[in-house]
Design a protein around this ligand. Structure first.
Ligand SMILES: NC(=O)c1ccc[n+]([C@@H]2O[C@H](COP(=O)([O-])OP(=O)(O)OC[C@H]3O[C@@H](n4cnc5c(N)ncnc54)[C@H](O)[C@@H]3O)[C@@H](O)[C@H]2O)c1
Ligand SMILES: O=CCC[C@H](NC(=O)CCC(=O)O)C(=O)O
Length: 489
């Protein structure tokens, strides 16, 4: 008998599918083992969610919020333990994992505010009655999570979905099942009724069974553009299902004229190397001016990046960068670097494996200016591509030369440069003199192009968790003041 890792209709059950494991990528140790949900278990989770959804929606938002707040309190109470699990399962340093746990707890108040602000009830007076705008839940929604924020990002779909009155079937990343399990246990402890939140663990085939199920009303996905595109194609021709896609980016950070080189380099490092480059918002392409000003920034960036401390999530003192998610992910970054070198890139700082069979790598910087046909790929790790440019117009052309459009930034002391940049750049998160990572949950979060499907998450997640209903109402049926022509009463 394998461990009870599936949560269906309020019960923890062993999976009926193939075994899979989760490993600590920094210490190369097994953390978790379980059997995947079978297709029939995925169906059972959807049946349970459907059965629970009506009563959950009927409870009303205030009652739902009581449970969500209890869950939030539990997140605060257990934040150290949760952060420890996030650190072990992803390799993120403990300090950073604590910020993820805190963001999860902060999501409750933000989602409550967003629910009322964006999808609450509005009454508009009419001469002979009342007009209302109200919002209703979709019913049963599937939530798919990525590995890089195994708690915070699925939480960013689940919390607003439940507050809005939906029932959820959650399929976390197969690389981070332990964090997902812990999250669901806290919801259970908070008193969520059976069936309102279900957890189906497993690899791609479990996700495929969930996405293909005819009885879901929506699918909220955070993950790669590759998978997002598969899901988009799969749900084509099903306009009744709401699809929210939060996907990857090939994000540009443009440096203009700046007086404080250290401040600029700090913003670059925070943008490119936090979470070992495994944030969807990370800067992938750094656009530096040709000439001495750009040379000075590059020299300082190289010096600071060489000195970045990389290490185990529990090392003391703490490293800035922890392990990548897996030894395979580390190998794929080394392969990406080799590919760019073969195309004509010039390594300025080699990304290297720091320990065999782990995800520990050092950050890399590569000048790709000479590559005429630079791949428009999201290399999801700590490898920053440098491109030298002539003037700001050229920088904008290069920055926008991507099929993605998630985040972008400008470092410049000149307001007119910012205004020009903002007018011309195409992305959903556009920052000035700030890192392009670390987006606020109090703002919408989403991208254009291949980064999303115009259903921004974070503060705007409320929008895709409910549909609007317009009503005109009166207490009694009454004759209108003016009859339409041709009617006789
Ligand atoms: N825009 C955002 O908000 C955001 C946030 C975080 C991560 N990301 C992106 O996510 C990626 C990293 O995450 P990942 O590697 O876990 O993503 P992924 O696409 O590999 O996996 C995401 C989820 O989809 C499932 N899945 C994979 N293939 C599937 C299929 N064919 N059918 C159904 N489900 C399937 C996985 O099991 C997992 O649960 C990066 O590209 C990153 O940019 C985007
Ligand atoms: O990896 C992708 C997410 C990166 C993260 N974004 C957010 O946390 C969005 C805010 C929210 O969802 O509450 C970042 O920008 O660092």
């Amino acid at each position: 008998m394998t461990d009870a890792v599936q949560y269906i209709n309020g019960q923890w059950l062993p999976g009926e599918g193939p075994l899979f494991t989760s490993r600590d990528p920094a210490k190369n140790a097994e953390l978790w083992r379980g059997a995947a949900a079978s297709t029939s278990q995925v169906s059972a989770a959807i049946v349970a969610a459907r059965a629970a959804s009506v009563a959950w929606a009927d409870r009303g938002v205030e009652e739902r919020l009581i449970i969500a707040k209890r869950y939030g309190d539990l997140l605060v109470e257990h934040k150290e333990r949760l952060a420890q699990l996030i650190a072990e399962e992803t390799g993120k340093p403990y300090w950073e994992s604590l910020t993820e746990a805190a963001a999860m707890a902060g999501k409750i108040a933000l989602s409550e505010k967003a629910y009322f602000e964006r999808t609450g009830t509005t009454e508009n007076p009419m001469a002979d009655g009342r007009a209302f705008i109200r919002h209703k839940p979709h019913g049963v929604v599937a939530v798919f999570g990525p590995y890089n924020f195994p708690g915070h990002l699925p939480n960013g779909h689940i919390v607003p979905a439940l507050i809005a009155g939906n029932a959820v079937v959650f399929k976390p990343s197969e690389l981070t099942p332990k964090v997902a399990q812990e999250m669901v246990k806290l919801w259970d402890q908070a008193g969520l009724p059976a069936g309102v939140l279900n957890l189906v663990q497993g690899e791609v085939s479990t996700g495929q069974a969930l996405a293909a199920h005819p009885n879901i009303d929506g699918l909220f996905f955070t993950g790669s553009s590759r998978t997002g595109n598969v899901l988009h194609t799969q749900l084509a021709g099903q306009p009744s299902k709401i699809l929210a896609l939060e996907m990857g980016g090939n994000n540009p950070l443009v440096v203009g004229e700046v007086a404080d080189i250290d401040a600029a380099v700090h913003s670059i490092v925070q943008s490119a190397f936090i979470t070992a480059g495994q944030r969807c918002t990370c800067a992938r392409r750094l656009l530096l001016p040709k000439g001495e000003a750009g040379d000075r920034i590059l020299a300082r960036l190289l010096a600071v990046t060489k000195a970045i401390k990389v290490g185990l999530y529990d090392a003391e003192p703490q490293p800035f960068m922890g392990s990548m998610i897996s030894p395979q992910a580390a190998k794929s970054m080394i392969a990406a670097q080799a590919h760019l070198l073969a195309l004509g890139g010039q390594s300025l700082l080699m990304l290297k494996s720091l320990q065999a069979d782990t995800g520990l790598v050092s950050p890399g910087i590569i000048d790709v200016t000479a590559i005429s046909d630079l791949p428009d790929e999201e290399y999801f790790g700590p490898l920053l591509q440098v491109i030298r440019y002539g003037d700001l117009a050229e920088a904008l052309t290069v920055a926008n030369n991507t099929r993605y459009g998630l985040s972008a930034g400008l470092l410049s002391d000149y307001q007119q440069d910012w205004e020009y940049f903002f007018r011309h750049i195409r992305a959903g998160i556009v920052n000035w003199n700030k890192p392009i990572t670390g987006a606020s949950g109090a703002a919408p979060f989403g991208g254009v192009g291949n980064s999303g499907n115009h259903r921004a998450s974070a503060y705007y997640a409320a929008d895709y968790c409910a549909y609007p209903v317009a009503s005109v109402e009166d207490d009694k049926v009454s004759m209108p003041a003016n009859l339409s022509p041709g009617l006789n009463f």
